[in-house]
Ligand binder design. Sequence first.
Ligand code: PLP
Length: 491
Amino acid sequence: MVDQFETPLFTALKKHAEKNPIQFHIPGHKKGNGMDPDFREFIGENALSIDLINIGPLDDLHLPKGIIKQAQGLAAKAFGADYTFFSVQGTSGAIIAMIMSVCNPGDKILVPRNVHKSIMSAIVFSGAIPIFIHPEVDSYFGISHGITPDSIEKALKFHPDTRAVLVINPTYYGVSGDLKKTVKIAHSRNIPVLVDEAHGAHIHFHRDLPLSAMEAGADMAATSVHKLGGSLTQSSILNLQGKLVSPKRVQSVLSMLTTTSTSYLLLSSLDVARKSLATVGHALLEDTIRKAEETRSKINEIPHLYCMGHEVLETSAAVAMDPTKLLISVKELGVTGYDVEKWLRIRFNIEVELSDLYNILCIVTPGDTEQDLLLFIQALTELSKEYKTQVDKNVDSSVLLPEIPLLALTPRDAFYADTEVIPFEESEGRIIAEFVMVYPPGIPIFIPGEIITQDNLVYTRMNVEAGLPVQGAEDEELKSIRVIKEQLANN
Ligand SMILES: Cc1ncc(COP(=O)(O)O)c(C=O)c1O
């Protein structure tokens, strides 16, 4: 336990900066002296003095042998992994490396359809063939949960040559499926389990949070320490354990995908976040969970609002939840989540994590004060009063959950196929060649290779009309869409 108080990377960086060496190396701003003074003053000398590069004494993320290796070793211990790799390219980078370390072109990978776009990108890059598993959907909130171990077992019987199983643990909304059982099923066939743990950097450190990927016995997990673990934005880790995946392969794939100019600000923030999680994480999370639960109860006393709680855990696709996530349904007020996002910004200077057609999502972390949370309750109470008149007008609180489109081509084949641009409204039945998603959460409505359906067109239009950030397509206004060119029989 004692060594978890050490921060080999951050401490060495500070010592190096204190020596104040004359720097004839990049970054060219040289401790901030060669940069815009306004920015220098704002950021501060300390941060700029450790904005360094992989010179001899500071190790190299591409071949760690010194302080980075030590910091990664401490992280591995803290997260219960055999190896931890630091990522300066977010969990997106770690996920792409994780999948490309395991899947060769043509290999099958089992994935839930509600995955983040980085997983779909990895599938395009690697040439792996996705076998989609339908997640369980929650028709009150209009969101997807996890996938059941049963559906994985069935899919594996059908596709015994599957190379890897990928699961999300927990989802953006904080819900986890039965990961232990999933691992047991996959391991009985020697298939590695890869976990998107972008929203689970903290879960390993408190028993009242869902089981972490490493605790559940999964082989790899890509974890956004920057999201809920206290490090700087863009810093993540990739954890690895067991014998099914080679650490050497992971290191070399990560290196292929990683910038050679790795940010030491990001790397050292991972070092200190790990220290904090391992040493005081449990106590901080205890307090955070209490604050979040109290806030949840108060929200549920506000008329016409509903904040998701443990009652949502009904199936093996939802066996545990992270109470620090506050998913609040606003549909009964007759407004969209996006309307509420804007209302909170304008009226209370409050920014939410995400909004969609029916909900807002807020995260509670050790960084929140009781006062912030009280103001949030006050704002929601005001919101409910202001929109109460709409409720009396018989609000339509049904939720549209479009069918998952059928895949006609592999995402990679669709991405590289001959394509053409056609009007969005005339695209039903055609095979799409680009991604369409709302970000956040970044779960694609369409991925390359899927057959465009009418209800998905309607759903996309509803998101655009509500003002939500629909991204991915070349035409930002979505008046047109890129589809696979159809060959006419006589051509
Ligand atoms: C489920 C999920 N996976 C992966 C990612 C990618 O994480 P990052 O932003 O660290 O690249 C996100 C980001 O929102 C996410 O929600």
